[in-house]
Design a protein around this ligand. Sequence first.
Ligand code: GLA
Length: 691
Amino acid sequence: MRQIVNGESITLGTCYYPEHWDRALWAEDLDRMLEAGIEVIRIAEFAWSKIEPREGEYTYDFYDAFLDLALEKGMKVIFCTPTATPPAWLTEEYPEVLNADKEGHLYRHGTRRHYNYNSPIYQEFCRNIVERSASHYGKHPAIIGWQLDNEFNCEKDQFYSESDTVAFRRFLKEKYKTVEGLNEAWGTVFWNQTYTAWSEVHLPGKTNTGTVNPHQMLDYYRFISDSVCRFADMQAQIIRKYCKAGDFITTNGIFANIDYQRMNRESLDFMTYDSYPDFAYALWDYRENDLMKDRRWSRNLAEVRAMSPLFGIMEQQSGANGWTDRMEAPTPRPGQMTLWALQSIAHGADFVSFFRWRTATMGTEIYWHGILDYSGRENRRLRELRTLALKVQRLQETAGSRYVEKVGILKDYDNIWDAQLDRWHGRVEEVSQDSLFTALQLAHVPFDYVYFTEEITSEALSRYEVLFYPHAVILTKERMNLLEQYVACGGRLVMGCRTGYKDLGGRCVMEHLPGLAAKLTGTDVVEYSFVAPDDGRVMADWDGTLMEAAVFNDLLEPLGAENDEEAGAAPRVLARYASSYYKGTPALIRNHYGRGEAYYFGGAFALDTARVFLQKLGIGEPYGDLLRIPEGCELAVRRKGNHTYFFLLNYQKEMAQIEIRQPMRDLLEGGTVQGPRTLEPYGVCVLGADI
Ligand code: GLA
C-alpha cells in the first residue's frame, strides 16, 4: 500500500535541499523535523549536476550519503527527477534543448524551466538520468515515491523552439492527415492563409497584428498539453520499471495548458498542488474589497480534487514569499499557516508538505521563506507547526472521507483554452467563474468542478443537485447527450450567455443559437450584444428581484408555446431585461425536460446574480439546520460511511461567531459541543456527527 495519500492517514512533510547546506547540518535538521511532526521530505528536484556533473558521468555519492542518513533517522523521502533544470554543460553544448520566445530567441541558462519538451536530444538526456536514478534508487528503503520534474509549465507555458515546430507539424499531421484537412479545420481561406505543404505550417509566432488564427491557437494549446503529457509519461514509464510496489509517482501543479486529468490517468498515482494562499495579498488577486482573498485558494483545491480525487500538497506556504525581483507576500500571521494547511485538508488533501524547511541563503529565492529563517533558529512558525502536527493527529479519523458536494461547475479544456485566446469568451468566463465560486462560498455550499473527460458518465453527473455550465461556448453532441440525460433524470442545469456558438475547432456554427443547447434549454437567442459601457450595469428582473446580466447579453425567446399553462412543459420566461434598448426582452428561460429543468440565462453571472440563482434554486445554506456560520468563514464537509465532518475555517482578522445547532464532537478540542461558539482570528474548528 502507498505510504501517503492512501486514504488512510494524514501526513505532514517538508521540502528539503541537502545540496544547499553543509552536511554537518543534515542530521540535526532531520531530527528537528521529526520532532516537529514532519514524516516525509521531498528532495533533489533541481539537482541534476549533483548526479551528472559532466555529460555521461553519473555519481550517486552525494544522495547515497543523504538517503542513508534519512533511513537511519526514519525519515521517508520523495525523490524527484531533476529535469526542470538542465545543467549549463548541457544547454551550452546542445542549445536546441532550450525553449525560445516567439521571435525564436533562446531562453538562456540562469533560472529554471528553460528547456523545451520536444527536443529529441533533451528527451534522450532526460531518459538517461531518470533511468540511472530510478535503477539506482528504485529499491532504496527510505524512498516512498517519486515526483516528476517540478511544476510543469510554471514560468513559461508556451514554447517556440525549433523542436516544437517539428513536433507541432507531427501533431497536426496525426490529427488532420492532410494539409487540405488542416486548411479546412483552420478556415485558412480567410485572409489567404491557405497552406500547400506541412513545411509552411509554423507555431503561432510573432505577427504584425499580434494575433493569430484562433483555430491554430486552440490547436497550439492542445499541442502544448500533449507535449507535456508525453514528456511526463516518458519519465513515469521508466520509474515504474524500477520502483518498489506501493511507491507512487506524482507531480506538482497546477499551471496552464495542461490536461491534468489525462496526465493523472496516464502517468501518475495522484496529483499534488503547491498552495501559496498569501499571494492573495500581493499578486493579481488583491483588491481592497475582495471578499475571498486567501480563501480563493479553495478554488484551486477544488480544481486539484477534480484532477485527482486523492491528492496531496507538495508545497504549502509557511513563510513570507518573494523572488529577489518580483512576487511578494507577507509572513503568515499567527494561525494562518495552520489555517491554510487545514484548508488543504478540508478539501481532501491527506499529505501536506511545507515549502521549505530552511530559507535559502543564496539565489533568486532568498525571500521565499520556509518554516525556518536563514539561521535556522527556533521561531514562531516552527512552534506553530508543532501545534499543527498535534491537530493533524486528532484529525486522522477524517482520512479517506470524501468531500461532499451539492453543486457542480462543469468545465472542459476546449472551453478553458478557447477562453484564453478569445476575449469575448474570456471576459464572461472570468466574471462568472469568480462569482459562482464566491457566491457558493458565501452561502456555504460545497461544490466540485466537474470536467468533461473521456470517462465521465451521466451517472457521475447525477450526484449533483445542480450543475452550472456557465459559458459552454464550444459544445459537442457527446457532451449535450450527457447533459440531456442528466436533466431528463431530474437534474437541474444552468447555462449562461454565449453557449453553443462554436464547434470543437473553434469555428462558429450556423444553427440558430444556442446551437446544440437549444433543444434542452428551450431557448432561441435571436440577437446578442456586448454590454455597452454607457448602458452601465444591465439588470434583469426575476419576479421583482433585480440581478445583473453582466458583460454580454443574449436576447432570448422561448422556443415553442410560451407560458402555455396547458402545455405545462413549455419553456417559460422567468426574467426580463430591465434596462437598455432591449428592456422587456426575455433574459432567463427555464425549460422542463424529462424530470428535470434547464435554465438559460442571457448574461454572465455577476456576484449578486449568482447569489440570486442559489437562493431561487433553493440551494443556499444546505447545512443551515445544523450550523450557523458567518459569511467570512468557509464550510467544507467530508463524509465517510455515516460519519460527517464539518470543517469551519475563519479567514478573518476578527473573531467569528458560529452556532452549533445539535450536539457534535469537537475533533480538535475534544468533547461534545453545542450552542454558540467563537472562532479565533484564522481559527479552525472541525466537528464530527454521525449523520
Ligand atoms: C514553486 C516551486 C518551488 C519554489 C516556489 C517559489 O512553487 O516549485 O521550487 O521555487 O515556487 O518560487
